[in-house]
Design a binder for this molecule. Structure first.
Ligand code: GAL
Length: 666
């Protein structure tokens, strides 16, 4: 047993003579796992009533004969042209109402009965054919579900979804507050998808009715989930056990991965960070993916060994970065390290995308060498990390509904972006070296000492009570501006802001000030720094809470910006302003220090630490040096470095090379 290592492999794109060379190179790089058949539909079903698995058979047989494990795709990530021609309604209709013609990929209307029938049939046939092949270790359904469709089929399906949610038009009218602007619906058929032709006036985030737009986002995510479930069900007809997944895209707004997660057997995601300073962002995304299945390990399904191709500018990963980021994924819970792609396509839009094997097929490139070195390292480490869990005492709440509601809202500010707020708070935790679970608002919070809920715009169900329980038993809850504003239907609470969070936070807010990015109001902390606050400045009125930070300027100078409320044996912290990173780090450090939850090196910049606990209770401490220079620190714990075999003793100075990694078994 070891961490599966390999990735997307599309040998149908080149002659069979090349396959031999591929496998020789895979051997050299210790590639043991290949993801096959992600975009094979046109090949496996070349005509409506013709299925042809000749090529896929050869590919699968060859991989198995070569001793590789296979993550086998159903192949439905792109429509075949004949299908789009024969049934134009399988093509999507965009936000502007334009029915698309054949092209690109991820291009099917999720509500099309023809697409649903034929994609499920493809999954059924693929599974029936290859189930039982011991090389197949996972099924990969579709590819990167996403986007949206606004066609008449989706309109009809949306109405059905609404009926199931609201039962009566009256309830729907109440939820959408339709007496506003004379929108009272009297029949389900009057409801149109919210698009540029209907409720929207400046793109997908500018809507006259938040309720309908929010529900369409929920519906579209559910519609694509139905597509995934269609295929999974079809696979299960012949294979009851092999795990089924689909590759997610991390913090991807259109799909509510929390709603999807229960239907996947394990989570997996594709990591394409925007640049080589994304280490904290990637850590957050890994934590989010691990949180999808209650802390169970996930797969890193794709990453490039070198560069992407789809961006305007596609920077090269510096030496050592691919290894560092692969170990970062493992440190945060990845139980597989896979690339896109094993060999470069010759033509079309990904011909310049990085690959383990380039067009010339050489093994003496830097990239191949680094891939092979990591392969050898993973082989040496073996299976010790597999199944290991993260013992986090800190939870960060992440909520697609809040993300959507905040960003489709007119007012207070279009400049406040959910992801940015979450990133700032996670960054503070990451800087401090705390292990963090990024979890849905429905998660069991009883195992956490600290719960941070940035921009918790929507408060649903019993969340407020569960947060109160965290504080009651001695924990700390932190929330921010724009929290506790709306209920599940995106209607304001008929109460003081922050609505149901008010008692826990011990404050009320009557007014807020939204400003452009150039406007700064300093916030001064008691016994702390003076930091910048921007974008959204809430005038916090303590109702029992202690003032921790005050505004420095304007007519509200001297009034509260940050507060801390004693609640039971714990605290509710409220940060009413868009503090800069220094300010957020200061607040978060107060909270972590109170609970003694910072990592071993909170003051060493860009030295990341993460812990995983193996099934037999062994602690693995990962040290990841994201600096382009070496770092020296004093060992706070002893252990065996699994990468070098060296023993480390407490108090000893340990040196991590530039972009170096250490995995200490304690
Ligand atoms: C992923 C996708 C792959 C490939 C890759 C290129 O998003 O799943 O098929 O296109 O990007 O970076």
């Amino acid at each position: 047993m070891k961490v599966p290592y390999g990735g997307d492999y599309n040998p149908e794109q080149w002659p069979e003579q090349v396959w031999k060379q591929d496998y020789e190179l895979f051997d050299a790089a210790r590639i043991d796992t290949v993801t096959l058949g992600v975009f094979t539909w046109a090949q496996t079903q070349p005509a409506p009533d013709m299925y042809d698995f000749t090529t896929l058979d050869r590919i699968v047989e060859r991989a198995a004969a070569e001793g590789r494990q296979i993550c086998l795709a159903t192949g439905t990530g792109a429509l075949p042209p004949w299908l789009a021609k024969a049934h134009p309604e399988v093509n999507r209709t965009d936000f502007e109402g334009r029915r698309h013609r054949y092209g690109q990929r991820h291009n099917a209307c999720p509500s099309s009965p023809v697409f649903r029938r034929l994609s499920a049939e493809m999954a059924r046939r693929v599974a029936a054919r290859y189930a039982g092949n011991p090389a197949v270790i996972a099924w990969h359904v579709g590819n990167e579900y996403g986007g949206a469709c606004y066609c008449d089929l989706c309109a009809a399906a949306f109405r059905g979804w609404l009926r199931a949610r609201y039962s009566t038009v009256e309830r729907l009218n109440a939820a959408w507050n339709t007496t506003f602007w004379s929108h009272t619906f009297t029949d389900w058929d009057e409801i149109e998808p919210p698009s540029a032709l209907t409720e929207h006036w400046r793109g997908p985030d500018h809507t006259a009715f938040q309720g309908i737009t929010l529900d369409y986002l929920r519906f579209m995510s559910d519609a694509m989930l139905t597509n995934f479930r269609d295929e999974k069900r079809a696979i299960r007809e012949s294979d009851p056990h092999t795990p089924v997944t689909t590759n997610f895209m991390g913090m991807y707004r259109p799909i509510d991965y929390h709603r999807w997660a229960p239907h996947l057997d394990f989570a997996s995601w594709d990591n394409y960070p925007p640049d080589d300073t994304s280490q904290a962002r990637m850590a957050l995304t890994h934590d989010l993916m691990r949180g999808l299945k209650d802390g169970q390990p996930f797969w890193l399904m794709e990453q490039t060994p070198s560069y992407t191709a789809s961006r305007d500018v596609n920077p090269l990963k510096r030496p050592g970065l691919m290894r560092l980021w692969s170990w970062q994924a493992v440190a945060h819970g990845a139980d597989a390290v896979l690339f896109f792609q094993m060999r470069a396509s010759r033509g079309a839009s990904e011909k310049y995308h990085g690959a383990v094997i380039g067009h010339s097929g050489r093994s003496d490139t830097r990239v191949f060498r680094e891939v092979a070195e990591l392969g050898a390292e993973l082989e040496r480490v073996g299976g010790v990390t597999l199944g290991a869990r993260t013992p986090a005492r800190v939870a960060l709440l992440f909520d697609w509904d809040s993300w959507w509601a905040l960003e489709i809202s007119d007012g207070p500010s279009r400049l406040v972006r959910y992801q940015q707020v979450v990133l700032t708070y996670h960054r503070a935790l990451w800087d401090a070296g705390a292990d963090v679970d990024v979890v849905p608002v429905t998660a069991d919070l009883s195992r956490y000492d600290v719960v941070i809920a940035p921009a918790l715009h929507m408060v649903k169900g019993d969340l407020a009570e569960r947060l109160e329980q965290v504080a009651s038993r001695g924990g700390s809850v932190v929330t921010t501006f724009l929290s506790g504003r709306v209920d599940e239907d995106d209607n304001a609470f008929l109460a003081d802001v922050p609505g149901p969070l008010g008692p826990l936070m011990g404050i009320r807010i009557d007014e807020w000030d939204a400003r452009g990015p150039e406007f700064v109001n300093p916030v001064c902390f008691d016994n702390g720094p003076i930091v910048d606050a921007r974008l959204l400045l809430e005038l916090v009125i303590p109702q029992g809470a202690d003032v921790v930070g005050t505004y420095g300027e304007d007519f509200y100078a001297g009034t509260a910006a940050v507060t801390r409320n004693v609640f039971g044996a714990g605290y509710g912290w409220y940060v009413g302003a868009g503090l800069d990173q220094t300010g957020v780090c200061w607040v978060v450090r107060q909270v972590l220090d109170w609970h003694n939850l910072s990592g071993p090196y909170p003051d060493v910049p860009d030295l990341e630490t993460a812990v995983r606990v193996t099934r037999d209770g062994t602690h693995l401490l990962f040290l990841l040096n994201h600096n382009p220079e070496p770092v020296e620190v004093v060992a706070r714990a002893g252990g065996l470095d699994l990468l070098t075999g060296a023993r480390v003793h407490i108090g000893q100075v340990i040196r991590l090379d530039a972009r170096g990694v250490m995995v200490l078994r304690q």
